[in-house]
Ligand binder design. Structure first.
Ligand code: HEC
Ligand code: HEC
Ligand code: HEC
Length: 402
């Protein structure tokens, strides 16, 4: 690992420890060694790097955290010839593989106004020739080499100087937006994935294991309220923070608060009657007051995670949260993607109250909600949320308390 990267990760760890020291009295969150960023993060794999180089990405991109290795193994230019595009260091795990495929196929679908040319030579079309307008009856699939190039990008998960972390935490809608302006913004920034009718049907959608959400159907997953619809604050939060690791990007940098408020207004306008009916529910957020974060709480969460009667988390997520539970293959065959690997994947909504809300309400239909109607198990859910964050590599590497 280059020295400056090591310095960043050490500095980062120091911050984390400082934050922890404030939050917890002399508690060590991590089993020794497990979260040493040197252990797992960004292990340099020469074969994957070769695929990246063969795919010509270096013609326009740099990977600042690996410039020494790339220059050593593939020559000076491989470390970044012209840097016409952004430095890719730190991009690992931020987007799903599906996002990368959709982006290479049609960059403007994934990032509005992108100046990156599409990279269709990296796909096979199951034997069909590619027509001029890119249409084909058969699904374009990534060549093996391109899959390896993407795996290389997914390994670049050490925070880099140039890539700011996406914002996180629940947000309040700052102002009411304008529906017409929201519709224009939606066409510009969102239809590439969510489709013109906002129902999740788009050319890019075929690349995603978990497709872009249907925003017109009246049921959404990333909520803090018991209503089937997200509150306006929830929508504003998702659009602002994104859902790391899924392909749903953060729009905090690309769009102003007012623009994002207008998008909320537009999405609500697609289901005006339902939103009006549920508006009173939006006041009742599921999150109560979080207890103090202690090592006892985390230990309790660990026990509950293995509970075989009610919570049964390990059935899907595996005993240590890293996947491989006995229901995993059922989940994959039903939904097309596995239960989250809670150790190595980024959490979509990783702040403490966010994880609590996910557990309370579930991500239906893939995962049920666990909050009992008399709310008698709130304390259990805070403990489970604390445990999940303590085993997640990115949560541990980023901020401990938020
Ligand atoms: C001809 C130049 C060029 C080539 C070749 C190229 N890119 Fe890009 N790429 C760009 C530009 C320019 C952008 C920035 C798009 C924008 O915002 O206008 C970009 C953006 C990206 C992004 C988004 C980065 C971010 O920070 O959000 C990713 C990921 C990416 N490229 C991956 C790749 C991969 C993988 C390859 C090789 C298969 C590749 N690119 C080849 C020019 C290129
Ligand atoms: C590159 C593809 C992509 C783009 C562009 C994109 N989204 Fe998404 N979006 C997704 C995916 C994929 C999901 C599902 C993520 C999940 O649930 O894991 C999603 C989920 C969402 C959700 C959460 C729905 C729920 O179930 O709670 C909202 C809200 C949303 N997107 C709004 C938008 C808006 C508004 C824009 C434009 C400003 C946008 N998205 C642009 C891919 C995209
Ligand atoms: C029936 C299988 C199943 C069970 C049981 C289950 N989960 Fe999940 N869980 C999933 C699936 C599938 C996902 C991914 C859902 C998605 O992205 O739509 C998931 C996602 C998650 C996430 C990710 C949230 C994020 O922000 O990315 C967390 C945290 C989580 N589960 C924790 C738990 C805990 C704790 C328990 C036990 C109380 C549990 N799960 C029980 C299937 C399950």
């Amino acid at each position: 690992m280059p020295r400056h990267v090591l310095a960043i990760s050490i500095a980062l760890l120091a911050c984390t420890s400082a934050a922890l020291a404030g939050a917890l009295t002399s508690v060590s969150l991590a089993p020794a060694g497990r979260f040493d960023p040197g252990l797992k993060a960004q292990s340099y794999d020469r074969d994957l790097a070769q695929a990246y180089v063969d795919s010509q990405c270096w013609q326009c991109h740099t990977v600042s955290t690996l410039s020494v290795e790339l220059a050593r193994d593939f020559g000076a230019q491989a470390s970044g010839a012209r840097a016409a595009g952004p430095d890719l260091a730190g991009i690992g795990g931020l987007y799903s593989d599906g996002w990368h495929a959709a982006h290479l196929w049609q960059p403007q679908d994934a990032q509005a106004g992108s100046k990156m040319p599409s990279q269709r030579s990296l796909f096979v079309l199951n034997g069909l020739a590619l027509t001029d307008n890119g249409r084909s009856e058969k699904r374009p699939a990534l060549k093996l080499k391109t899959q390896q190039a993407i795996a290389f990008l997914q390994s670049l998960d050490l925070p880099s100087v140039g890539r700011l972390p996406w914002p996180r935490g629940h947000r309040n809608l700052p102002e009411s937006g304008n529906v017409k302006q929201g519709r224009d913004l939606f066409v510009q920034h969102c239809t590439g994935c969510h489709g013109e009718r906002a129902n999740g049907s788009s050319p890019a959608a075929r690349f995603f294991a978990k497709p872009p959400a249907n925003l017109a159907g009246g049921v959404m997953q990333w909520r803090t309220t018991a209503a089937p619809l997200p509150s306006y604050d929830d929508l504003f939060t998702t659009i602002t923070n994104g859902l790391p690791g899924s392909g749903m990007p953060s729009f905090s940098a690309a769009l102003t608060d007012r623009d994002r408020a207008s998008l909320v207004a537009y999405i609500a306008s697609l289901n005006r009657d339902l939103f009006d009916a549920y508006e009173p529910e939006f006041e009742k957020e599921v999150a109560g007051i979080p207890p103090a974060l202690t090592s006892d709480l985390i230990a309790r969460g660990k026990t509950l995670f293995g509970d075989k009667n009610f919570y049964k988390c390990a059935d899907c997520h595996g005993a240590d949260g890293a996947g491989g539970g006995h229901l995993q293959s059922d989940v994959i065959s039903k939904y097309g993607f596995p239960p989250r690997d809670l150790v190595s994947e980024r959490l979509r909504r990783g702040d403490w109250a966010g994880v609590y809300a996910t557990l309370a309400l579930g991500l239906q239909p893939q995962m049920v909600g666990y909050l009992k109607s008399d709310r008698s198990n709130e304390a259990d859910l805070w403990a489970l949320a604390a445990f999940v964050r303590s085993i997640n590599r990115f949560e541990f590497m980023s901020r401990a308390q938020d």
